[in-house]
Design a protein around this ligand. Structure first.
Ligand code: NAD
Length: 333
């Protein structure tokens, strides 16, 4: 059933970042096959390409899909990503994030699929020794979520040597915002990310806790690097194309390099929504570094990637547009 356009398998493509990558792939002329078990994704998020319902643990199903569609590459988003839950239930995280990823790679090896773009994370770095963080910064995760992603990164060169799978690991900082055209957005349950949580608080939902205001930062709250999901999607297409052209493997940070504090996010949400954000101060959370932000120079130089939606108010505005048009997320459109 292979058509003329090259096909790409997007595991986790019914989720937040994967659905945006599917749109970017479609716009770049690829045929998109989303492979997702919908454990955290949404059927309605698959607006580009075909949805195959399946689990990444099912290697024979993955192989059949790769063979049927003659896929030229895989973007692997499917994983669990709640740091707190990963500390409470590491087995679940190792099983899905490490064994699951190995299932995808095993299927690729068996079907001779050569290009692998992997969703990694700044959580692989752990406590920063210096900022901005470059790809050369030591990787010492401080939670099992970060360890699971690093375990996959460490496996990749061995799989390349044994099976010829070229790979790019993209280490995202804080994914945020929503499709500027309003077709897809962020719908995690429970929501754990700061910008949608702040919007939720502004619209009468759960109140917001600010974890610590005595960090060594200008306003005392933590600084993070918010990178727009459409910019992440664009970087994935660039990574795939670089792999197909050069076969050069490597890891790249994806961030804007411009840190914003929790207070600045609250102020931006108040500005953009015109509403007050009720929040209360809570104790620091263990393992929250004061400052985390990326140097994305390598992605800029080698993938020619420049974030187009780097401004915080723009990021918040796209998230707000999605939220106010989909107050219940995908389920009640
Ligand atoms: N959101 C962030 O800020 C962030 C930051 C760094 C890295 N990441 C990584 O990016 C990726 C995507 O994150 P997201 O925010 O889009 O998460 P998400 O939960 O919205 O999407 C993950 C998707 O994977 C699917 N999935 C999970 N386990 C599966 C399995 N066993 N088989 C098939 N499908 C499965 C889920 O149903 C969901 O659709 C993850 O790998 C995550 O670790 C996310």
């Amino acid at each position: 059933m292979a058509g003329s356009a090259p096909a790409v398998l997007v595991t986790g493509g019914a989720g937040y970042i994967g659905s945006h990558a599917a749109k970017a792939l479609d716009h770049a002329g690829y045929r998109v096959i989303v492979y997702d078990n919908l454990v955290a994704g949404h059927r309605a998020a698959v607006k580009y390409g075909e949805l195959v319902e399946g689990d990444i643990a099912d290697v024979s199903s993955l192989r059949a899909v790769m063979r049927q569609h003659e896929v030229v590459g895989v973007m692997h988003f499917a994983a669990f990503l709640d740091v707190g839950e990963s500390v409470r239930d590491p087995i679940r995280y190792y099983r899905n994030n490490v064994i699951g990823a190995l299932g995808v790679l095993e299927a690729m090896a068996a079907e001779n699929v050569r290009n692998f773009v992997f969703s990694s994370t700044c959580a692989t770095y752990g406590e920063p020794l210096e900022t901005p963080i470059t790809e050369a910064h030591p990787q010492k995760p401080i939670n099992s979520y970060g360890e699971t992603k690093l375990a996959v990164e460490h496996a990749l060169p061995h799989l390349q040597a044994a099976h010829g799978i070229c790979w790019i690991a993209l280490r995202y900082f804080n994914a945020s915002g929503a499709d500027p055209e309003g077709e897809i957005g962020e719908d995690h349950s429970p929501e754990i990310h700061l910008i949608p949580r702040t919007i939720e608080a502004a619209t009468g939902g759960r109140g917001l806790h600010v974890f610590g205001d005595d960090y060594p930062t200008p306003d005392g709250t933590c600084l993070r690097d918010y990178v727009h999901v459409t910019d992440l999607a664009d970087a994935h297409v660039r990574a795939l194309e670089a792999l197909r052209e050069t076969g050069k493997s490597g890891a790249y940070n994806l961030g804007t390099g411009r840190p914003h504090s929790v207070r600045q996010v609250i102020d931006a949400v108040e500005r953009v929504t015109g509403r007050t954000v009720p929040w209360s101060l809570a104790p620091r959370r263990p393992g929250d570094p004061a400052v985390l932000f990326a140097s994305a120079q390598k992605a800029h130089a080698e993938l020619h990637w420049t974030p187009q939606y780097a401004d915080l108010d723009t990021i918040v505005r796209t998230a707000w547009d999605w939220h106010r048009t989909h107050p219940q997320g995908y389920d009640h459109q």
